[in-house]
Design a protein around this ligand. Structure first.
Ligand SMILES: NC(=O)c1ccc[n+]([C@@H]2O[C@H](COP(=O)([O-])OP(=O)(O)OC[C@H]3O[C@@H](n4cnc5c(N)ncnc54)[C@H](OP(=O)(O)O)[C@@H]3O)[C@@H](O)[C@H]2O)c1
Length: 314
């Protein structure tokens, strides 16, 4: 493992995004929140806008984006809440988004995601969860690299999940061509990729002042569970011996993302995994918390970076 002192903060699982960002002034900073028109993305964007940042909601549902932007403007009084189209599963859409972006970017929240969907593939034949959750965000962040470097001290949040404990990145068959498709294995793999991205991006981009951390937001009732039936949830709970799920509110769910991209306690810190507003401990067998060693493995992180570059160039 990493051998460093984990970052501890005064915040907890109950803390909200508003509490975490209180007293922090983001005036003059520009932020992007992917998937900012639903779930915890809305509350992440609201907190950043409330602290004075210019926020772009990068969404595929523009009508929902405009509604959300209107709500946030009305609630915060910050008129600089914009909407831009982004479909992470479509390379051309990501390329168009990054080509449109002009000027520095201080905060990137890679928040959008799809969970445990039926087997589906992009036009390239890539498995949809890996393509959306990892590859799309990889293309987005690398496409915005010079804007992030230009900000001086930019931060990226890579929204992962405790579901990363379900699977490492299976480099021999990332796209489930040889093995049978399993929705949770595919989700888990994509969420491990989100942590590995934070590890390698921090290594590569620290010299540009860019830090990248991964996080587990908590369990929050959102659109994410659209493919999960009640029976499936019961089965998953039983599997881990849980009798109940302590759902967070969306405002609590957004807190760790907001912490990672704004807290002075994380200045210069990158390549780590946070949950409940604190750096996570190493995962212990049988538990549901903590970070898997394979998700912080620098060799796997470097390999994933190269695999991602090669896939996007193919
Ligand atoms: N909620 C939880 O319990 C939980 C737990 C652990 C981790 N997370 C992570 O938290 C993040 C946010 O999830 P959430 O709970 O807020 O779920 P959500 O309400 O479903 O939000 C996910 C967002 O991602 C967007 N999205 C999906 N595919 C996309 C694509 N191809 N291109 C662009 N945007 C796309 C969705 O857009 P549409 O509305 O157009 O589909 C939606 O706005 C995800 O990364 C998720 O894995 C959530």
């Amino acid at each position: 493992m990493t051998g460093h002192m984990p970052i501890a903060t005064p915040f907890t699982a109950e803390s909200t995004a508003a509490e975490v960002i209180e007293g922090i002034d983001l005036t003059g900073q520009r932020a992007i929140v992917t998937g900012g028109a639903s779930g915890i993305g809305i509350e992440t964007a609201r907190a950043l806008a409330g602290a004075g940042a210019d926020v772009t909601l990068a969404v595929r549902n523009l009508a929902a984006g405009e509604r959300t932007a209107g709500d946030i403007i009305a609630a915060t009084g910050n008129k600089q809440v914009l909407v831009a189209p982004l479909d992470l599963a479509d390379r051309a859409s990501v390329a168009a988004f990054t080509a449109e972006w002009d000027g520095p970017l201080h905060i990137l929240v890679n928040n959008a995601g799809v969970m445990a969907c039926p087997e589906a593939r992009t036009a390239e034949g890539w498995e949809l969860q890996f393509a959306t959750n990892h590859l799309g965000h990889f293309a987005l962040a690398t496409g915005l690299h010079s804007a992030l470097a230009a900000a001086g001290g930019a931060r990226i949040a890579s929204v992962s999940s405790s579901a990363h404990l379900r699977s490492p990145v299976v480099f021999d068959d990332i796209h489930f061509r040889e093995r049978e498709y399993e929705p949770w294995a595919a989700y888990g793999q994509s969420k491990t990729a989100n942590v590995l991205f934070a590890v390698e991006a921090s290594r590569r981009w620290a010299g540009d002042g860019i830090t990248v951390n991964a996080l587990m937001p908590g369990g929050i009732r959102t659109g994410l569970q659209r493919y999960v039936t009640g029976a499936e949830l019961d089965r998953l709970r039983a599997e881990v011996g849980a009798t109940e799920v302590n759902w967070k509110t969306p405002e609590q769910g957004a807190a760790t993302s907001v912490l990672v991209v704004t807290s002075p306690l994380l200045a210069g810190v990158g390549g780590r995994y946070f949950e409940d507003c604190n750096e996570a401990e190493p995962h212990q067998p049988g538990g549901r918390r903590g970070v898997a060693a394979y998700a912080l493995d620098p060799d796997a992180a470097a390999l994933l970076w190269q695999v991602s570059v090669d896939l996007l160039a193919s």
